[in-house]
Design a protein around this ligand. Sequence first.
Ligand SMILES: Cc1cc2nc3c(=O)[nH]c(=O)nc-3n(C[C@H](O)[C@H](O)[C@H](O)COP(=O)(O)OP(=O)(O)OC[C@H]3O[C@@H](n4cnc5c(N)ncnc54)[C@H](O)[C@@H]3O)c2cc1C
Length: 436
Amino acid sequence: MRWVIPPYHSDCSYPPSYYADSIRASREPIELCESIQTDICILGAGFTGLSTAIFLAEKGFKVIVLEGARVGWGASGRNGGQAINGFTGSLKDVENTLGPKSAALAHEMFEEGVALIEYMVNHYAIECDFKYGNLGLAVTERQACLLEKEVQQKREEKKGEFEFLDKEQLANHIGSKLYKGGFIDWKSGHLHPLQLALGEAQTFEKLGGIIYESTPATAIEEKTNHVRVDTPKGRVQCSRLVLACNGYFNLQGHRVSEQILPVYSEIVATEQLTDQMAGEVMPSDASAFDVRFLPDYFRLSADRRMLFGSSTNYGRPGKGKPGTKSLTRMHKVFPMLKKMRIEFSWRGRFAVTVNRLPQLGKIGSRIYYGHGYCGHGVNCSHLFGRLISEAIGDNSERFDVFANMPQRKFPGGKHFRIPLTVAGAYYYHLRDWLGI
Ligand SMILES: Cc1cc2nc3c(=O)[nH]c(=O)nc-3n(C[C@H](O)[C@H](O)[C@H](O)COP(=O)(O)OP(=O)(O)OC[C@H]3O[C@@H](n4cnc5c(N)ncnc54)[C@H](O)[C@@H]3O)c2cc1C
């Protein structure tokens, strides 16, 4: 079977962002201009592709990565940088569908994504300002009560290192009067995501791998004993293919493309704050998100800028220059930042699923995919890189926990799935707004 992959961007340079402006090492990209053979070919040099590549190269596989734009060009190089343990959807769904053994395996993976990032950072000496401490914030009293119970449960299950914070305790971590309570997880944290992606690319190359940039796959075809990947100027023949394209995944006409929906979010970055201001807005330098359906997420960069993300648009990017909504929200959360200049604003695309659990799976017998992290991808992409590498290395027990979960298409078909999903999101947004 052969699938065509439509073009998905027009420019291989990094979009202007604080991250692109603050990378510390440059790369000399190479393009694929010949026909080659390899054990494993990976499409996409974001965290999913790069972590899979590293874990496979560590096992001795001959691996290449094809990246349609640049390393970290997708969501991995543009996100909020929050490495938060766990998954978005409910692991109860896993238990109800696959039983307690699979649910127990999924529970054991709760902290693994961030631990894998820590492994990358420490073992391969990647400089990306990685730091522990992540806050979950309640906007209503009701949410604060729910968070208190959740923290209690996490502590009983010995997951993460959670502390519930009432309004007074919260003041040690955040200089905003908006929140009614929250928690801090000392085993989640934050980092410079583009630096991490570039560091992982360099690590993979040191392990003997090759990354071809500006090299989009235009079609893939599974043959009896290999997979063929076409690119504009070359071709790859591999025994296994990994699709790590997340929000850009699009095998024309394949069911998997209808199981995820692209979603856009945007971030603004202020000019550098003084030490005093930084200490007033985020005294413990933790990253933070609120627990609404469409959350705000924010943190200080290593050079003390406020990076504030907000706004989610389903299916299409918002209109005009990115950042308008994030800026309004930032001023509401931190009125003292109204006088600060905005130096960068950008948006990016990631993928969501119907049940909000991330998806792992296989197409035929040689093609693997992992995506749909629903905004939790900094950690989950690394976990899924590990699980894909285990499955290719002949141990698919943990891969199967996610691969065996039923994966539903978004309802509404080609024309109505976006409006229907937007309507559903508005419902949850309204509930947040009403404080339900
Ligand atoms: C603004 C924003 C803020 C976010 N904040 C957070 C956060 O704070 N915490 C968190 O956990 N998650 C966050 N996320 C989500 C997170 O960034 C993603 O889930 C994660 O980076 C996905 O990684 P990935 O490698 O799967 O995909 P991506 O990083 O998107 O990489 C996919 C790559 O595939 C390439 N590609 C696509 N098609 C082809 C093709 N045909 N051939 C070759 N290459 C191809 C693309 O060029 C791209 O580089 C955020 C996302 C956005 C956009």
